[in-house]
Design a protein around this ligand. Structure first.
Ligand SMILES: Nc1ncnc2c1ncn2[C@@H]1O[C@H](COP(=O)(O)OP(=O)(O)OP(=O)(O)O)[C@@H](O)[C@H]1O
Ligand SMILES: [Mg+2]
Length: 394
């Protein structure tokens, strides 16, 4: 049986397939650093489409004169308990930025200060004395610790570039799972803060990415007409593999598994070209007789828990309200707001809160005034469990 990665493999190059066009396009957006031009990017796309893997590959292949930091907000301590705060994000961001200096011999001097710098901004003590001096950053006279912390962190990347122009032209900062910022008390304020710094920084690019639909509230807050970046961010959608890409991928990664032409077509239909589903489906298959249409369908339904493993995990992290909204929409198809509201026994306000959460997580879509769950794997899995167990997964 194949053993394709279900997360991001540590050996990126071994498993990374194609995406040449996307990488070339993204690199164009990052090519202006030498001339002091920095773009801000928003990379969107459904769950499992390959955003994180693509950006890690991009990061890895950046030229030597560009520094880069990667921060996955879902990995910040406390996030699972819904305790993500602005301070924690700033702290982790600073740590990620400092870590990125490690590989550059000319920046070792700053990197070696890492521990003492991090201690100075430790949320418990907030002892900033000297932190700015160490970095050559004048700290502004501001009132709150959070303002001090955020300006220290936000000024840092441009300062590193300015002080090392002979070897460094730009700094790329990737913020993954950025939709979690929607859980802050005031997400807009956070986006405005970043905007206010980046507008004077000509050599720093932020790439926001996460599983959220291009039409979600959080995308509006960051880049909508009234949002912090007011449409100035370049929005870059990542699409699933094409049919042809999927076939080439299978040929290259799992040559031992054979398909008839109809079997291949069915496989593409079942996975939608999402690399996450392609991988998890492949891992349930075995060599021998070529998979035809019927065999693919049978394999799909008999291994659905394994194929939809991503949703099994996400499902267990959702609140009862969120689960209920999903189930209503899976059973009823697309509903408008009043239809949806009539199906629940809580208030408009509560429904709004959880519907927005689901939108930010990229699970709920809102198109033409109708709400739907458009991930077919999530729908198939729920229906299948209901039919087999007699109830939806708890
Ligand atoms: N270009 C690729 N080549 C090979 N495998 C890929 C590629 N892109 C993604 N994958 C595989 O698909 C899975 C999902 O990829 P990834 O985690 O990057 O998706 P994502 O869009 O970031 O999802 P999420 O929104 O859940 O974070 C991973 O197991 C990864 O190994
Ligand atoms: Mg990801």
């Amino acid at each position: 049986m194949p053993n394709l990665p279900l997360g991001i493999p540590s050996n990126l190059d071994k498993y990374f397939f194609n995406r040449k066009k996307e990488l070339a396009q993204l690199n164009i957006f990052l090519s202006g650093f030498k001339d002091d031009i920095a773009n801000q990017l928003l990379v969107t796309g459904r769950r499992g489409v390959g955003k994180s893997f693509l950006l890690m590959k991009l990061k890895r292949e950046l030229p030597d004169n560009v520094l880069s930091a990667y921060l996955d907000l879902s990995k910040i301590h406390g996030i699972q308990k819904g305790k993500l705060t602005e301070e924690k994000v700033m702290h982790s961001l600073f740590e990620a930025m400092l870590n990125s200096l490690k590989d550059k011999s000319t920046l070792m001097k700053i990197y070696n200060l890492k521990d003492s710098l991090l201690k100075k901004i430790s949320p418990k003590t907030y002892d900033f004395k000297g932190a700015g001096n160490l970095l050559g950053i004048p700290l502004p006279q501001v009132d709150t610790d959070y303002e001090k912390l955020s300006s220290l962190v936000m000024e840092f990347p441009q300062n590193v570039v300015d002080n090392n122009r002979q070897s460094i032209d730009g700094f790329v900062i990737i913020l993954d799972e950025f939709q979690l910022i929607g859980e802050f008390e005031n997400p807009e304020a956070f986006f405005w803060l970043i905007r206010s710094f980046t507008q004077d920084q000509d050599n720093v690019t932020y790439i926001f990415t996460g599983s959220t639909s291009a039409a979600s509230e959080i995308v509006d807050q960051i880049n909508g007409a009234q949002g912090a970046f007011g449409g100035r961010m370049i929005q870059f959608p990542v699409e699933p593999f094409s049919e042809e890409d999927t076939y080439d991928y299978l040929k290259e990664m799992i040559p031992e598994i054979k398909f008839t032409p109809e079997g291949l077509k069915r496989f593409y239909k079942c996975t939608g070209g999402y690399p996450s589903y392609i991988n998890s489906f492949c891992n349930t298959m075995s060599g021998g007789r070529p998979y035809d249409n019927q065999m693919v369908i049978e394999a799909f339904y008999s291994k659905l828990d394994q194929i939809a493993i991503m949703w099994v995990t996400i499902w267990s992290s959702l609140s009862d309200y969120e689960k209920e909204i999903i189930i209503i929409l899976v059973e009823n198809g697309a509903l408008n707001w009043s239809e949806l509201l009539s199906q629940v026994d809580y208030s408009n306000k509560t429904l709004l809160k959880y519907a927005n959460r689901l939108k930010n997580k990229g699970i709920l879509s809102h198109i033409d005034r109708k709400y739907t769950i458009d991930d077919m794997m999530l729908r198939s899995w729920l229906k299948y469990r209901q039919e087999n167990d007699g109830y939806y997964p708890p």
